[in-house]
Ligand binder design. Structure first.
Ligand SMILES: [Zn+2]
Length: 257
């Protein structure tokens, strides 16, 4: 990741200083010369298409354009996971009225969360991640995923098979205040990962999908998953808790190939 940033920086500098002042002014429309004769690098520089840092520019493929023309825009609960930058991921999710849990609306949100979680083969998901700012989380660690992990990883991370669990309006109580560091990722920060400290053992209380009270004491990896998902309900992401020096693009090696 660092190397990519350095490469982008060099392209931008070469582009700016490789041109005459007059040509630079023509192309950018905002570049001016300093008293020493060197051009100022403009805030907006259109000659660096590979390194666009602007968040105001939306680039859609032609296929996306046609799709949008044919189909109405989708609305929450989405069949995709919202990405960092979406305000819903930074909002405080609201409690669900227990009387509405059995209703079509909340059941529809839960059904979509489970569907998306299984399709993406992730082990936990929160309602805000499908665009719904309600306090609902889902968690599942299937046998298949366990079989794909090494015995050493199971031991070190405290992996265990977990059936599907839904928590509505969950609260967490720390049972063991010691923290452990492991690499974790999030479907809402697609393509990145970092080391995050999490408590060893917690107790989760709330309601299940049938509005029945549930309480679950858990340690190891499932305890990490539930802490991660609980953070989503308060508008927190793992990047707010991570050791920033461990933050990586999970495909950084392939960029050098
Ligand atoms: Zn997440």
């Amino acid at each position: 990741m660092n190397r990519a940033i350095i490469r982008c920086g060099l392209q931008l500098s070469n582009g700016a200083f490789g041109l005459s002042k007059s040509k630079l002014s023509l192309l950018t429309g905002v570049a001016t010369a300093t008293a020493s004769g060197y051009p100022l690098i403009p805030l907006y520089f259109p000659l660096a298409p590979k390194c666009c840092y602007s968040t105001n520019v939306r680039v859609r493929s032609y296929l996306q354009y046609i799709k949008r023309k044919i189909r109405a825009p989708s609305c929450p609960p989405y069949n995709h996971v919202c990405q960092v930058g979406d305000p819903v991921l930074r909002s405080q999710a609201a409690n669900v009225d227990p009387a509405t849990i059995s209703g079509l609306e909340v059941q529809g949100v839960i059904k979509t969360m489970v569907k998306v979680m299984r399709r993406l083969e992730c082990v936990g998901l929160s309602a805000p991640q499908v665009g719904v700012p309600l306090r609902i989380v889902a968690l599942e660690y299937p046998e298949k995923m366990m079989e794909e992990s090494s015995p050493a990883s199971r031991e070190a991370r405290g992996l265990s098979v977990q059936p599907l669990r839904i928590f509505v309006n969950p609260t967490v109580r720390v049972l063991d205040g010691r923290t452990v560091l492991f690499q974790e990722a999030c479907e809402s920060i697609s393509g990145f990962s970092a080391t995050v400290p999490r408590y060893l053992s917690v107790e989760v209380s709330g309601l299940n999908e049938n509005a029945e009270p549930v309480r679950w004491q858990v340690s190891g990896w499932p305890a990490r998953i539930i802490q991660h998902e609980m953070d989503h309900l308060d508008g927190l992401l793992y990047v707010d808790r991570m050791d920033s020096k461990t933050f990586i693009n999970v495909k950084w090696e392939t960029h050098n190939e």
